[in-house]
Structures are given as C-alpha cells and as structure tokens.
Ligand binder design. Sequence first.
Ligand SMILES: Cc1cc2nc3c(=O)[nH]c(=O)nc-3n(C[C@H](O)[C@H](O)[C@H](O)COP(=O)(O)O)c2cc1C
Length: 350
Amino acid sequence: MTTTHSHHSKFNWHNLTRPFSVLAPMDDVTDTAFRRLVLLCGAPDVMVSEFVHVDKLLAGHHEDTRNRLLFHPEEHPLIAQVWGNSPDHTCAAVKTLIDLGYDGIDLNMGCPVSRAIDKGCCSALINNPTLARELFLAARESASDRVPVSIKTRLGFDRLITESWTQFLLTLNPAALTVHGRLATDMYRGAANWDEIGKVVALRNGMRSRTLIIGNGDVQSFSEIQERHDRYGVDGVMAGRAVLKNPFLFARDGRTMESLSPAHRIQLLWHHAELCRQSLGETLGFTVLKKYFKFYVIHFKGAAGLRASLHRAKSIEEAYLYLQPYLQEGPNAALPLHSGTPLNSDSPVY
Ligand SMILES: Cc1cc2nc3c(=O)[nH]c(=O)nc-3n(C[C@H](O)[C@H](O)[C@H](O)COP(=O)(O)O)c2cc1C
C-alpha cells in the first residue's frame, strides 16, 4: 500500500456535461472494490466514498477508516464524503483528504441514523444551521481553491422545510448541492419527493446561484437520469440502492444484471471477489464480499443452493470451488464489460 498523490487534472463539477450521473455514497457498500466493479459495468461521471468521520480520520489508526479511504487511480473523479461536528477537525481532515488525492469534499448533512444525529452530526445539522455553516466554511477554507466542496442533505428533519433550508445552504455557495427527496425521519420509507427537489432548482435559478443541484432518491435506471433532468431541471442525478441490484445502471446501453446469463453473473461476482481480495486481503475481503452474494446469485436454477454453499465457505478460494462449475469458459471469458484496468494492475492507494 503506497501513499500516492495523483496527477489527474483538477476536478470541476461545472465541467460535467448535464445531466451528469453520480454514484451515491453508501456506508459499508461503496468501497473501492464495489466502485471499481461499477466502473467496469458502466461508469458514472462521479463517485463518492462512504462517509468518513473526521475525528477518526485524524486519529489515523482505525483500520476501518483506513479501508474506507482506499481507492484506485481509475476511480477519479472521486469525492470524499465526511461527517462530524467539529469545524477544526473538518478543516484538518479536508487537508488530509486532498493530500490523499480526492477530487472534492462532500459534507454529509443528511444521514438519519441515531449514532450520527445523537452527536449533532449529519441530518441533525438541518436543525442547527449555525454549525452547518461553520462546518462548511471550515471545509471550504481548508480546501481553498484546490478542490470543490459540496453538500448532501434532505428536505428537512421531521417536517418539510425544503425552501428555507436549501436557500440557507445556497447562500453558502457550495459547488454542488445533492438533495435526497425525503425527510430525515422518513429514513428510506415512502417515495422520494421529486417535486420538492424541483423546487430547489427553481430557488437556485431565482437566486442566480451557481451551485449545481443533484437530485437523489429512487432512481432505477439509466433512462431516468435524463428523465429527471428534463422534468425537474436538476443538473445531475445520484443513484444508490438500485446500483446494488444492477451495477450496470450507469451503462448507456440499458443493460441490467437480470439480462446477464448465470455464467456471466458468476463471472462478475468472481471479478468482485478479486477486487475485494486486492483491496482488503483474503480474510476481510471475503467477509465484505459475502454481503453481495444475494445480488449476483439470484434468479436462476440452483441459485439458493449455491448461495447457501457460498455463505458456508471459509475463504475466497473455497467459494471459487462452488463457482467454478457455473463458468462455461473460465473467469475471464466473454463478459461484456466496459473499460477498466486489468485485475493484476497496481494495488489501491491510500
Ligand atoms: C446502505 C446505505 C448506506 C448509505 N450511506 C450513506 C452515506 O454514507 N452517506 C450519505 O450521504 N448517504 C448515504 N446513504 C444514502 C444514499 O446516498 C442515498 O441518498 C439514498 O439511498 C437514496 O438514494 P437511492 O434511492 O438511489 O438509494 C446510504 C444509503 C444506504 C441504503
């Protein structure tokens, strides 16, 4: 593992062709292995890390935090998402993340889980604009003009305050504002309210703000990215959960995991296993991989039995023994994937 500073050109949200697509940050899901798998299936314009706590990042010795920060050079542009409640720590963490080679910083003001809001972090900031502002200004000052700073939030905490809350955020001039069309107290229940997201776009236009608006919530397919842009005026569209079921979501040809033959799905799983092994090693790599079996090994005869065997397996090697019979022509044959670096290329950077 090396500390590598990247030599890519400076990232600017405004240079993206609209509507642009963004892979949503998902805790315990969108790690470097998953993101590289998505790149192989059909690349979004931008990807975002899992959220990283600024205090833990600065403490430096948490293995989990270190793993969250791993990435491979092919993942650019890659945004680091942070959370916390200390402006000073945010400031220091932003410097570290830029030095690691991240292309932008996103502040989490939307996560509804209690371990975050109990400490006044994430969606609790919707009820604490003063701290929200301090955190944003600390991050932006720290980033200076090296990378853009964006914000991701929801429509309110326990009641819709879309316009007052996002107007407040827009006065801070973030480079981009992602709006997930739910309240924090909704968690993930109900349908995302895209009409409210449309109101944020109208507000932004009325304020003549340069902040780009990214809509988020329940997007299921590539064609919906254009559709949400046309209908609600958002500059970009972020998708998360649907990408788990269909890592081809960002592929322009509308391919889906369901359209793959069982052999191809198993090849993709094999590939994902190799990516996990590369980034996290044999043991942790296999533990992480297990969460994804259900997305690949589904909808074909014998899938349930194979899943059970895979979950019983003690190692990636043992899992391969169960997968091997499903592969018609070996693990690297004929899987219709997009570009991506070969598996044996250099390991991720930290
Ligand atoms: C398992 C999981 C983990 C998530 N972790 C994060 C996170 O770390 N940071 C964040 O801003 N949002 C997080 N989210 C919210 C997503 O980024 C996104 O806003 C939400 O899932 C709605 O989009 P979707 O319907 O396309 O999934 C998470 C969502 C899920 C399901």
